[in-house]
Ligand binder design. Structure first.
Ligand code: ADP
Length: 205
C-alpha cells in the first residue's frame, strides 16, 4: 500500500473516486430527502421556495404560478421587502397557498462564460433558503429546480449544486430540528436527473 501511495497511484485513484465516496452513507439523512414530480403550488409543507426575480414582484414560470396561487396579498408583502440580491433569499407568508411560507430566492441567469460565479450564486440560493427555514424553525422546505427554466442553468449542474448544499445542511447542526427537504421537479427529464444524482450525495447505508 505504502509503495502504491509513494508512486502516486493511490492518490490518482482517490481523485477519481465517485462523488458518493466523499459523502458517507447515511440512511437517516436519505430519509430526510424526497423527490416529488408535480406542481409546487399544491405542496402542503411549512415552506416552498420561489425562483424569484430581483424585484420580488412576480414573473413567469414557477414565480408566476406561486403568485397566482397565493393571491394578491403575496405581492403586497413582497413590495415591502425592497427586492432581493441574486444568491440571497427572503421569507413571506404563503397566503392562499397550502404552504405556510414562501422563501423567495433569486437564482443567477446562467452564462457559460461566468459558470463558476453562477455556481457560487446558485449554491448560495440553496444555502440561504435552508438557513432561513431553520432560523424560522420550519420543519420542511420544498425546492423547485432554481434557475433551470427561463434562467437557463443546465439541469445536471444545477442538481449537483442543489444536492451538495442540502447534504451539507443536513450534516450540520443547523438542521437538528429540521424534518425534510423536498425537491419538486416538473418534467420527466428533470426527475431522471434527480433520481440518478440523489444516491451520490445521499448514499444509503
Ligand atoms: P428560473 O427563472 O429560476 O429559471 P423558472 O420558473 O423558469 O425559474 O423554472 C425553474 C424550474 O421550475 C423549471 O424546472 C420549471 O420547469 C419549474 N416549474 C415551473 N412551474 C412550476 C411549478 N408550478 N411547480 C414546480 N416547478 C415548476
Amino acid at each position: 500500500l505504502c509503495e502504491l501511495y509513494a508512486s502516486g497511484a493511490l492518490r490518482a485513484v482517490a481523485a477519481s473516486l465517485p462523488v458518493n465516496a466523499r459523502f458517507p452513507p447515511s440512511q437517516r439523512l436519505l430519509d430526510r430527502v424526497s423527490l416529488y414530480q408535480g406542481d409546487i403550488t399544491k405542496v402542503e409543507v411549512d415552506s416552498i421556495v420561489n425562483a424569484a426575480k430581483r424585484s420580488l414582484l412576480g414573473g413567469g414560470g414557477v414565480d408566476g404560478a406561486i403568485h397566482q396561487a397565493a393571491g394578491p396579498k403575496l405581492v403586497e408583502e413582497c413590495e415591502t421587502l425592497d427586492g432581493c440580491e441574486t444568491g440571497d433569499a427572503k421569507i413571506t407568508a404563503g397566503y392562499n397557498l397550502p404552504s405556510k411560507h414562501v422563501i423567495h430566492t433569486v437564482g443567477p441567469v446562467y452564462s457559460r462564460s461566468r459558470a463558476e460565479q453562477c455556481a457560487h450564486l446558485l449554491a448560495s440560493c440553496y444555502r440561504r433558503s435552508l438557513q432561513i427555514a431553520s432560523q424560522h424553525s420550519l420543519k420542511h422546505i420544498a425546492f423547485p429546480s432554481i434557475s433551470t427554466g427561463i434562467y437557463g442553468y443546465p439541469v445536471p449542474d444545477a442538481t449537483h449544486i442543489a444536492l451538495k448544499e442540502t447534504r451539507k445542511f443536513l450534516d450540520s447542526e443547523d438542521s437538528d430540528n429540521f424534518d425534510r427537504v423536498i425537491f419538486v421537479v416538473f418534467s420527466d427529464e428533470d426527475m431522471d436527473v434527480y433520481q440518478e444524482l440523489v444516491p451520490l450525495y445521499f448514499p444509503p447505508d
